[in-house]
Ligand binder design. Structure first.
Ligand code: DGL
Length: 271
C-alpha cells in the first residue's frame, strides 16, 4: 500500500471529533478514517497539560501502528496542549494537524469581525491559544474568551435539544464576556452538536463558527499539496473507544449519519 492510500487517523476525548470526521467524509469521500474516542478519560478539558499530552501520545502511537498517514487532533483541548508533543512524537511518520490553527487563520484573514468570542473547555481557554493566535495575526480583532466546562459532559450524556441543555446554554451565553460579540468560535469539537441551540440564543445575529468544515478543507489542501490524496476508494471507516458509554453510539449515529461499529481498546499509559 502506498502512503497516499493509508488511512487518516483522528482522535478526541469522545464523540466531539465525529463532527470533524463527518466534514472530512464530505470533503474527502475516498479517504478512510480511523477514529479514536478516548471515552475512558473524558473530559480532557479539566485535565492538566501533562495528562492531556500523555493521553494524546498514547493514542498517536495506536494510530501510527495502524499505519495512518495523518494524525488529526480533533479535540481543541488536546490541540491547545499537546500539538507540539504529538508532532515531535510522530516525526516524519505522519502529517500532524490540529483543529485550532486553521480556525485562527480563517477568522484573522477571511471574515469581517471586530469582536469575536471563543467558548471552549478550561484546558483550551486557559491555554490562551485562540486569543494569542488571533491577536498575533490580526491585532484589530477584540477576542473575549469564556470557559464553558459543563457543555462536554452535557452532550456526552445526551442532554441536547431539551430544557436542561437550553438552561445551561443560556446561562453561559448570557455572561458579560459574550455581550458585545459579532462572531463566536465554537472552540470545542463537541459544540457543533448544539450549534443550532447556540445560534438560536443569539437570534441568529452572531456568526457562529464551527471548525469542522474549515479543518476538513485545510486537510484536503494539505493532502493535495503533499500528493497524499488517496488514489483508490476505501472501504469502511474504523471506530475505537477506550470505554463503552451509553450515548456514544446514539450520538455518533445522529451526527455521523450512519451506524458505527465500535471497537473497545485499552491503551497502555505512556509514562
Ligand atoms: N471535543 C473536545 C475539545 O474540542 C472536548 C474536550 C473534553 O473532553 O473536555 O476540546
Amino acid at each position: 500500500m502506498t502512503v497516499a492510500n493509508s488511512p487518516i487517523g483522528l482522535f478526541d476525548s469522545g464523540v466531539g471529533g465525529l463532527t470533524v470526521a463527518s466534514a472530512i467524509r464530505s470533503a474527502l469521500p475516498s479517504e478512510k478514517m480511523i477514529y479514536f474516542g478516548d471515552t475512558a478519560h473524558l473530559p480532557y478539558g479539566d485535565k492538566s497539560k501533562e495528562t492531556i499530552i500523555n493521553y494524546s501520545i498514547g493514542i498517536t502511537k495506536f494510530l501510527l501502528e495502524k499505519g495512518c498517514k495523518v494524525i488529526l487532533i480533533a479535540c481543541n483541548s488536546a490541540s491547545a496542549n499537546a500539538f507540539l508533543e504529538v508532532q515531535e512524537f510522530a516525526g516524519d511518520r505522519a502529517l500532524v494537524m490540529n483543529v485550532i490553527d486553521p480556525v485562527i487563520d480563517y477568522v484573522s484573514r477571511e471574515i469581517e469581525t471586530k469582536n469575536i468570542g471563543v467558548i471552549g473547555t478550561k484546558a483550551t481557554i486557559n491555554s490562551g491559544t485562540y486569543q494569542n493566535g488571533i491577536t498575533k495575526l490580526n491585532p484589530s480583532i477584540e477576542v473575549s474568551s469564556l470557559a464553558t466546562p459543563l457543555l462536554v459532559p452535557m452532550i456526552e450524556e445526551g442532554f441536547i435539544f431539551d430544557d436542561i441543555s437550553n438552561a445551561i446554554v443560556r446561562s453561559y451565553l448570557s455572561r458579560k464576556e459574550l455581550q458585545d460579540i459579532d462572531s463566536l468560535i465554537l472552540g470545542c469539537t463537541h459544540y457543533p452538536i448544539i450549534k443550532n441551540q447556540i445560534s438560536r440564543f443569539f437570534n441568529f445575529n452572531v456568526n457562529v463558527i464551527d471548525s469542522a468544515k474549515i479543518v476538513a478543507e485545510k486537510l484536503r489542501d494539505e493532502l493535495m499539496q503533499k500528493q497524499l490524496l488517496r488514489t483508490d476508494k476505501a472501504s469502511g471507516h474504523e471506530f475505537y473507544v477506550s470505554d463503552h458509554t451509553d450515548y456514544f453510539e446514539i450520538i455518533a449515529r445522529m451526527f455521523f449519519g450512519e451506524k458505527i461499529d465500535l471497537n473497545k481498546v485499552s491503551l497502555k499509559e505512556e509514562n
